[in-house]
Design a protein around this ligand. Structure first.
Ligand code: GCU
Length: 620
């Protein structure tokens, strides 16, 4: 395929062509030349800022060969579809795309569940949306993207504004220079192709939902603005809140202020040359956040002309030997693992309603803890967990096998970890940062994840670092001695006794050998069952079988001295490409205690009873 046929042109046509060509080249040079990736702006608490939503219907063009961006010699085009060029009569070249005529896709939303033809689609899709805007003086404008799976590029009015890799974390693109008054357009290319050097890699046990899967909006901030903040209760000094506020573009001598009206507490701090203002102030009478009483305070953060009105809870979390201490007291985590699969409609969950339904079921199960697997979930989920009183295990998508000896892959995992922690560090609900799930025990893997764990501790020394480890077996003894455990505060283990190995009653004779005197969470166990399928308790895929696995698992796990929590796999059935069994799985992982259509299975009640009667875990 060629860009421009050059055989015969009448003179006038030549001038028209030259003019059009010069104009296009000028714009493109402007758009590409100027684009160098700036330091990432986080806009912590962005969901608490006034914003112009760009949610809704976007024009979309499926582009399996990415010909909207790459030429037939795979060179990046200067006049790609990001120009949203409108063909004009007499153009000396064809325009072979037109967003105005293109079908729509809803944003937020994965594309797979919006069109049957896209259910299995992995590749690039273009999105375009027109919007009007009134520029304001002394104002930065950011395009805020809640998440785009997996690799995405954004242009505003034909000018490239950002590129991002990673499908589950928010990012912000500065569009102040590209945006203008009245009519504007934003074009995005989103590509969910899996890559060996991706994070996650080629294999996952969840559907690779593609698209602009979370909220997209325009956020305005003043010239100097609050980019990040960390406000938490001190572990070492009772009744003291500490942390920092980071202001971008602060003038020397400018101050940051944090006020908690509900506690008549207020502090002002100088902003240093690095833009940071250190916080350390008294909060007499503070009611600490707990799952039983998830107290949230209005927190006003101000600096210069900028302000954010946050809603936060305050608690401390730490370990002491094999104990996990909440506000200094030992706790046991009664939990469940959850994928961001939308109940009933299926597809990537993103809304308040999705969060309320999923976490509502977890509360009904008797949980005070949820493992949000295997990637950072939406802010709506975290806000709901703060509100509803559920501890959160939040995870970076270092899942199964990655290229652990590839520094580029480490950099991607570090970037996603930074984005996760910087955006979500002020949620009282989050107590655990998980670095990985079921990774192979190799020196390269251990070094890779130790590096991430050190980075996470540097970013946030107030929470616990964990990972979900595989266990090895010798006869009927399960051994937990993965060397990665040394780098963790809390050991997570996944085991599937009674499902992938043995029978439900194999648990009765299983011994455990734990190499670590640290708190241990069983981050996964479980069994598959088709909701409504009934039969003998040793008949696979029946609800009775799944319940039988739970009945044998709980007393076995109770024998583990270090056991401080569990999150069985999982709350709700979720779509997975590895599950083709017709009539049973139908491309869903059926280990949910609830089907994707909300049917509770027998095992739901087995676990609910154990949680409500606190027969699992040391009474706390
Ligand atoms: C693994 C993995 C999950 C997966 C589960 C299963 O342990 O961590 O992502 O879905 O097992 O096989 O059902």
């Amino acid at each position: 395929m060629t860009g421009f046929p050059v055989r015969t042109f009448p003179l006038r046509a030549c001038f028209a062509f030259r003019r059009a060509f010069l104009f296009l080249t000028a714009v493109c040079l402007l758009s590409t030349k100027a684009f160098a990736a700036p330091a990432p702006i986080v806009l912590t608490g962005s969901d608490r800022r006034p914003a112009t939503s760009l949610n809704g219907e976007w024009a979309s063009i499926v582009d399996p060969y990415f010909s909207g961006l790459f030429s037939f010699h795979h060179e990046e085009k200067k006049n790609g579809w990001f120009m949203n060029y409108k063909a004009k009569p007499g153009d000396p070249f064809p325009t072979e795309y037109d967003f105005a005529k293109a079908p729509k896709l809803k944003v937020p939303g994965d594309w797979n569940t919006q069109r049957p033809s896209l259910m299995y689609y992995e590749g690039p899709i273009w999105y375009e949306k027109d919007f009007t805007y009134v520029p304001k003086p002394h104002t930065h404008v950011f395009l805020h993207v809640g998440a785009a799976n997996y690799h995405s590029w954004f242009w505003v009015n034909g000018q490239k504004v950002c590129e991002h890799e990673g499908g589950f974390t928010a990012f912000n693109c500065e569009v102040t220079q590209a945006i203008h008054s009245d009519n504007n357009f934003v074009v995005a290319a989103v590509d969910n192709t899996r890559h060996e050097d991706g994070v996650p890699g080629l294999e996952t046990d969840w559907w690779n939902y593609g698209g602009l899967t979370r909220e997209v909006s325009l956020i305005e901030v003043p010239e100097s603005f609050i980019d990040q903040y960390d406000i938490h209760l001190s572990r070492s000094e009772d009744g003291i809140i500490e942390g920092w506020v980071h202001v971008v573009g602060a003038q020397p001598g400018e101050k940051a202020e944090v006020e908690i009206p509900g506690l008549h507490a207020k502090t002002t701090a100088d902003i240093g040359a690095d833009g940071r203002a250190a916080l350390h102030f008294n909060v007499p009478g503070l009611e600490r956040w707990t799952p039983e009483s998830p107290k949230l305070y209005k927190v006003l953060i101000r600096a210069g002309d900028d302000s954010i009105d946050e809603l936060m809870g305050f608690r401390t979390i730490e370990t002491r030997g094999t104990e996990i201490l909440l506000n200094g007291k030992p706790i046991f985590l009664r939990g469940i693992a959850i994928h961001a699969e939308a109940p009933y409609r299926t597809g990537r969950a993103w809304s308040d309603k999705d969060a309320e339904t999923l976490l509502g079921w977890a509360k009904e199960l008797g949980c005070d803890y949820v493992r949000l697997a295997h990637y950072p979930h939406d802010e709506t989920m975290l806000r709901a967990a703060d509100r509803m009183g559920l501890f959160v295990w939040s995870e970076n998508p270092v899942y199964w096998a990655l290229e652990f000896d590839n520094p580029k892959v480490l950099a991607k995992a570090e970037q996603q970890l930074d984005e996760e922690i910087n955006a979500s560090r002020n949620h009282a609900a989050i107590i655990l940062w998980s670095m990985a799930n079921e990774t192979p025990n190799t020196p390269a893997r251990t070094q890779f994840i130790e590096t991430l764990a050190t980075r996470a501790r540097g970013l946030d020394p107030t929470r616990l670092i964990t990972a979900a480890l595989l266990v090895r077996a010798q006869g009927n003894t399960k051994i937990v001695d993965d060397p990665l455990g040394k780098a963790l505060d809390v050991i997570g283990i996944n085991e599937y006794i009674g499902w992938y190995e043995g029978h439900p009653d194999s648990a009765d004779t299983t011994e455990w050998q734990i190499a670590y005197q640290k708190p241990l969470i069983v981050s996964e166990f479980g069994a598959g069952a088709k909701a409504g399928l009934h039969g003998g308790e040793n008949e696979r895929w029946t609800e009775e079988y799944q319940a039988n696995v739970y009945r044998h698992q709980l007393p076995m796990l109770n024998k583990i001295p270090q056991l401080r929590g569990m999150s069985p796999w999982c709350l709700m059935d979720f779509r997975s490409p590895n599950r083709p069994l017709v009539g049973i799985q139908d491309e869903f992982n059926r280990k949910g205690l609830i089907s994707d259509q909300g049917q509770k299975k027998l095992a739901f009640y087995v676990l609910q009873k154990a949680y409500r009667n606190k027969t699992i875990g040391k009474a706390d």
